[in-house]
Design a protein around this ligand. Structure first.
Ligand code: TXA
Ligand code: MG
Length: 338
């Protein structure tokens, strides 16, 4: 199929495509999304085809305004209300009991639906013009790394969707925090830029789903908290090795064992002179910046032909917990102690 490339000034055109049951890639503050009318099953199915996504993995439904939550969900309870008030619009998804209006192709047969109101202006204007909720997973081929810059989405999905809206680089660079608020206490199913610590301030009884607390994940989770978690995720073509240890020692080890097929992601504090195979992930004091770069740099390393990417482990608190969650999945169990 031919893919139309659109800019912010063409949002009416993009919205028409959604109204007619087509698929449109759009920017958000987390990662690019691959959208379709969430209330139209035939349109939703095109998302699964374009991504090669298993049909038992539910989609997040995007809205332009939190006023719409009540139209789509049955139980907009106190926890949900508090979290929506504190963090929406923003990089969070709330899982709630769905209304029948949400087709089962969106929820993958579950009783619940994930609702997200993005903060990105283009995303919100686009959804508003569509006049319907927009179902959207991350805009990447299933199993690969989410796209956070337009050129990466264009390369991966050109010819697979009806249109793409160009919207620059995504601010946060990792997917939204998914919180299940359908039970008595909120449970974090996927960590993101709205951190555990931030959520705890608003709903003190929040917990991480126990599967998120493992040291390393296997490729296949046998008891996933949400269907999406049983699939291999966030993997570039190169092997990712998660390296535990002192950052200076990691850098020295890498440089002493130079090999043109291997590259290293390391904090700017440990880069003395520019080496092609050493990628700067910003200051070790700013893990949000590392989060915003990580997927983009994995795709870059693939393009540059590296076969192995060494990435340092970070402290699992704040957004560091979310970064480590993605890295543990990317590495598929390959770790190294220096
Ligand atoms: O930041 C984001 O959330 C991006 C942008 C485009 O909004 N979207 C995104 O969608 O990351 P996706 O489909 O790549 O990831 C959605 C995750 C999956 O792991 C899925 O299983 C989980 O959310 N999920 C969706 N609905 C769920 C539900 N009802 N119950 C449990 N998990 C759910
Ligand atoms: Mg995804």
């Amino acid at each position: 199929m031919e893919t139309l490339f659109l800019k912010e000034k063409n949002l009416d055109k993009a919205a028409d495509i959604i109204k007619n049951g087509g698929t449109v890639v759009f920017p958000t503050e987390t990662v690019y999304g691959l959208g379709a009318n969430a209330l139209f099953s035939d349109a939703v199915k095109k998302i699964f085809t374009a991504k090669g996504r298993p049909s038992d993995n539910p989609l997040i439904v995007h809205i332009d305004n939190t006023d719409k939550i009540g139209d789509l969900t049955e139980d907009f309870n106190e926890n949900a209300r508090k979290l929506a008030a504190a963090f929406m619009p923003g990089p969070i998804t709330l899982v709630m009991k769905k209304k029948d209006i949400i087709p089962s192709s969106v929820s993958a047969g579950l009783e619940t639906v994930g609702i997200r109101c993005p903060e990105n202006e283009i995303a919100r204007k686009f959804i508003e013009k569509c006049g319907c909720p927009v179902a959207a997973p991350s805009a990447n081929i299933s199993g690969s790394v989410s796209a956070t810059v337009f050129s990466d989405v264009a390369e991966e999905l050109k010819g697979r969707v009806d249109a793409m809206i160009e919207g620059g680089d995504c601010l946060f660079g990792i997917e939204s925090t998914v919180v299940d608020v359908s039970g008595k206490s909120p449970v974090i199913l996927r960590p993101g830029s709205v951190t555990f610590e931030m959520i705890k301030e608003v709903t003190p009884d929040v917990t991480y789903h126990p599967s998120l607390l493992k040291k390393v994940f296997s490729d296949f989770e046998k008891t996933p908290p949400s269907p999406g978690m049983k699939y291999k995720h966030y993997a570039p073509k190169a092997d990712v090795v998660l390296v535990f240890g002192d950052y200076k020692k990691i850098r020295d080890w890498f440089l002493e064992n130079y090999d043109e097929k291997k590259c290293l992601f390391i904090f700017s504090e440990y880069i003395d002179k520019k080496e092609k195979s050493v990628y700067d992930i910003g200051s070790e004091e700013n893990l949000s910046y590392m989060a915003s770069l990580i997927f983009k740099l994995m795709k870059k390393a693939d393009r540059e032909g590296y076969k192995t990417i060494y990435i340092p482990a970070v402290k699992e608190e704040g957004v560091g917990f979310s970064v480590m969650n993605r890295l543990k999945k990317s590495c598929g169990g390959k770790t190294l102690e220096i």
